[in-house]
Design a protein around this ligand. Structure first.
Ligand code: GDP
Ligand code: IMO
Ligand code: MG
Length: 428
């Protein structure tokens, strides 16, 4: 029996990870974020009420699971406290159930300012980031002068480190980007004040996970973004700054490959992307507009419209391999209800190997296989036997093309809308 399940997005994010984490959290003793930050927007719909989470693990609406934020997650303290307060105002207990690693890199206002200044400077070549400071904070981590959550709880250590970091960032802001510098004392006071509030939640996330695992408890790791946004394996440089693929679980939480029993890949029945960058199967026609409209494809973090297109089995097959996907959960199948046909990209013309980066992706022209659509309504469907034959044929063809079995299906935003063919925690 699987006791440790990883949930990863297999496309460019927004596949519906949050909904599935919330569902599976009923069987989990801990739900763990391991990378990314509040660039994520995970939507949960429970009893008709919508909750969007950015940093807090999507297990928070269940009573059972402890929620942990591992060292690989970059944390904006003010955004985290706002999110905690927002949930607690709705009578959801957070502080006693949330644990934070002291090693999480801290996003300061200078990181956001730099992210935004850089995007402005890039003009037409902008990545279309969420503007949350994600790139700059991961840079500070890699260049070994970053501030970590634990630093916020020691005023002297904080003042020491912050002085140097802000000097450097202010120089860049002022002299390279012609933007306003930040007031060192102000940033420092605010960081210390927020640190005091977060201090009771700091813990050794890695040790806690190993203790839970030793007791036979069930763990659920919640990926943010999607595999094609991975800093190494995605459509570089139009990517985020973390490893969104399987390796991020190990480095971002401090567990080993032996601590993972099952990897669930969340895959939208079509494809969306928010922000700039390659997207071979992107549509600008009635099919694409219909996906956007029926799928309500607007970013959960920035509200930007998401670009839409057909599903891409070439990219998916690669991501299935990289992540060692055990099973797939196909989401938003209902959005394709009533389409006269659906297409699947089965090959790329113009290149003879998997694209390395944006320049090569630009040469990839999709080769499609067309599959007849299905009539009938799958929206909200929970009965596998009621699935239209055409929808079933689509899923079966996807299984063949991407070389992974479909273990779950999502048919609506609500927690209960979907079918579980094989439960991840029940798998051998
Ligand atoms: P995440 O970032 O992967 O958690 O996904 P988002 O929450 O950003 O985006 C997914 C959107 O689709 C949200 O608005 C969900 O409520 C919604 N959603 C999730 N699953 C389904 C589904 O099966 N059908 C439909 N129609 N909507 C869904
Ligand atoms: P969830 O977890 C979709 C995209 C941004 C941009 C690129 C880099 O909800 O699936 P960043 O701010 O990370 O430096 O932006 O990555 N991006 C996402 N797209 N879903 C997300 O998260 C995303 N997080 C970042 O739009 O293209
Ligand atoms: Mg999202």
């Amino acid at each position: 029996m699987s006791r440790s399940v990883v949930i990863l997005g297999t496309q460019w994010g927004d596949e519906g990870k949050g909904k599935i984490v919330d569902l599976l959290a009923h069987d989990a003793d801990a739900v763990v974020r391991f990378q990314g930050g509040h660039n994520a927007g995970h939507t949960l719909v429970v009893d008709g009420k919508k909750t969007v989470l950015h940093l807090i693990p999507s297990g928070i609406l269940t009573q059972r699971a402890r929620c942990l934020i591992g060292n690989g997650v970059v944390v904006a303290p003010a955004a985290l406290i706002k999110e905690i307060d927002g949930l607690e105002q709705h009578d959801i207990e957070v502080r006693s159930r949330l644990g934070l690693s002291g090693a999480c890199p801290v996003i300061l206002s200078c990181h956001e300012a730099l992210d935004q200044a850089r995007e402005r400077a890039k003009g037409k070549k902008a990545i279309g980031t969420t503007g949350r400071g994600i790139g700059p904070v991961y840079e500070d981590k890699a260049s070994r002068h970053g501030i970590r959550l634990a630093d916020l709880t020691d005023p002297k250590r904080l003042a020491d480190k912050l002085g140097g970091v802000l000097d450097y960032h202010n120089f860049l802001l002022q002299h390279y980007y012609q933007a306003d510098p930040l007031d060192v004392a102000e940033v420092s006071d605010q960081a210390a004040m927020l640190g005091e509030q977060l201090k009771p939640m700091l813990c050794d996330v890695t040790a806690d996970l190993h203790a839970l695992r030793a007791q036979g408890k069930a763990l659920l790791f919640e990926g943010a973004q999607g595999s094609l946004l991975d800093i190494d394996h995605g459509t570089y440089p139009f990517v985020t700054s973390s490893n969104t693929t399987i390796g991020g679980v190990m480095t971002g939480a401090g567990v080993s490959p032996q601590d993972i029993d099952y990897v669930l890949g969340i895959t939208k029945a079509y494809t969306t992307r928010v922000g700039a960058g390659p997207f071979p199967t992107e549509l600008d026609d009635d099919y694409g507009h219909r996906m956007a409209e029926r799928g309500v494809e607007f970013g959960a973090t920035t509200g930007r419209p998401r670009r839409c297109g057909w599903i891409d089995a070439v990219a998916l097959r690669r991501m299935v391999k990289i992540n060692g996907i055990t099973g797939l959960c196909i989401t938003k199948l209902d959005v394709l209800d009533g389409f006269d046909q659906v297409k699947v990209c089965v090959d790329y013309d113009g290149i003879d190997h998997f694209p390395l980066g944006a320049e090569e992706w630009a040469d990839a022209r999709p080769v499609y296989e067309t599959i007849p659509g299905w009539q009938g309504n799958t929206r909200g469907m929970t009965d596998a036997d009621a699935l239209p034959a055409g929808a079933r044929a689509y899923l079966e063809r996807l299984e063949e093309l991407v070389e992974a079995p479909v273990h779950m299906l999502s048919t609506g935003p609500e927690r209960e809308a979907g079918v579980i063919f094989q439960h991840p925690y029940a798998s051998a």
